[in-house]
Design a protein around this ligand. Structure first.
Ligand code: GDP
Length: 309
């Protein structure tokens, strides 16, 4: 199956969770009688408490025989370089902007990083059903914002859709049929390149997200940059300076399905996976099969800051 990895970039409250819930529903990632108990990008207690997104989330849907991994970007300025690490896993981005509010500073920060990485974002002007929506003005504001952030000609020529995530539709025209989110799915598949990574090289990936689980222990998530990985495979962790930190085996390999992570036997270059089995490895260590001696290039990890600016 083909893969597309995209980041979703939005200011808090611009409708990210609602839109992703609709993408899940419309791609049939939920059975009909299954409720969306847990809202797509809002499952962390700490986040609920604070009303902001802290941990990166991945939601995975299948459309047209293509697996679309949608990675949330942190809802604050930065978290120890997390934005850059997340962007290093994707080949495209959807910028979601409230049609009444317009682009706000948080969007600007992450968008600037995405543009600097050469990503060509798709713009979605959301909530156009709002009585106070001003979609055309907001479109112009976004164009100016792209320009002010140093976007190149290709990036400035961004594809744009109008949408109401709440009503579950996206359209190129404001007076279009307003039926469903097919135009958004189709645009992502057309506009975003596949990861184009080599499955035949030895396995290697950069650990991008670190978590700890009561049962599985330390879990490291990242995009497989090359090769394939199976449960039980021997792997090791290589620090940025080349030190081999630890050797071990993959005890559990998890891939994203809908809102959940499920155990899989095998994964390949381009997949975003979570790996259990190592206890010392951290971010941004390279995890690789034992024949690999050098770390992959990675974004340094800054000390975490909780600044909201
Ligand atoms: P998030 O913080 O970006 O994840 O935003 P949510 O999806 O939680 O939405 C924030 C608020 O905007 C909620 O009250 C939603 O019901 C509302 N909302 C989301 N999408 C739409 C939309 O398309 N139109 C309108 N009018 N409201 C929306």
């Amino acid at each position: 199956m083909d893969i597309r990895n995209i980041a979703i970039i939005a200011h808090v409250d611009h409708g990210k969770t609602t839109l992703v819930d609709q993408l899940l529903q419309q791609s049939g990632s939920f059975r009909e009688n299954q409720h969306v108990d847990e809202r797509a990008m809002d499952s962390n207690d700490l986040e609920r408490e604070r009303g902001i997104t802290i941990l990166a989330k991945c939601t995975s849907v299948v459309w047209d025989n293509t697996r679309l991994n949608i990675i949330d970007t942190p809802g604050h300025a930065d978290f120890g370089g997390e934005v850059e690490r997340i962007l290093s896993m994707v080949d495209g981005a959807v910028i979601l902007v409230d049609a009444a509010e317009g682009a706000l500073p948080q969007t600007k920060f992450v968008l600037g990083k995405a543009l600097a990485r050469g990503i060509r974002p798709i713009v979605v002007v959301n909530k156009v059903d709002r009585g106070d929506a001003r979609p055309d003005e907001v479109h112009n504001e976004i164009f100016d914002l792209f320009a002010s952030l140093g976007a190149d000609d290709e990036q400035l020529d961004f594809p744009m859709l109008y949408a109401s995530g709440r009503q579950g539709w996206a359209d190129e025209e404001l007076d279009g049929p307003k039926k469903d989110l097919k135009p958004l799915f189709d645009l992502v598949l057309r506009h975003v390149p596949g990861p184009g990574l080599d499955e035949n090289k030895p396995f290697a990936m950069v650990s991008t997200i670190l978590e700890s689980d009561n049962f599985l222990g330390r879990i490291l998530t990242g995009r497989i940059e090359q090769g394939k990985l199976k449960v039980n495979d021997p792997i090791r962790a290589i620090r940025r300076d080349g030190t081999i930190v630890e050797s071990g085996r993959v005890t559990k390999l998890l891939s994203f399905r809908g809102l959940e992570r499920v155990a899989v036997d095998e994964a390949k270059a381009g997949d975003i996976v979570a790996i259990a089995g190592l206890s010392e490895a951290t971010i941004p260590d390279t995890l690789a099969e034992p024949s690999v001696n050098e770390p992959l290039p990675s974004t340094p990890v800054d000390p975490p800051t909780l600044s909201m600016t």
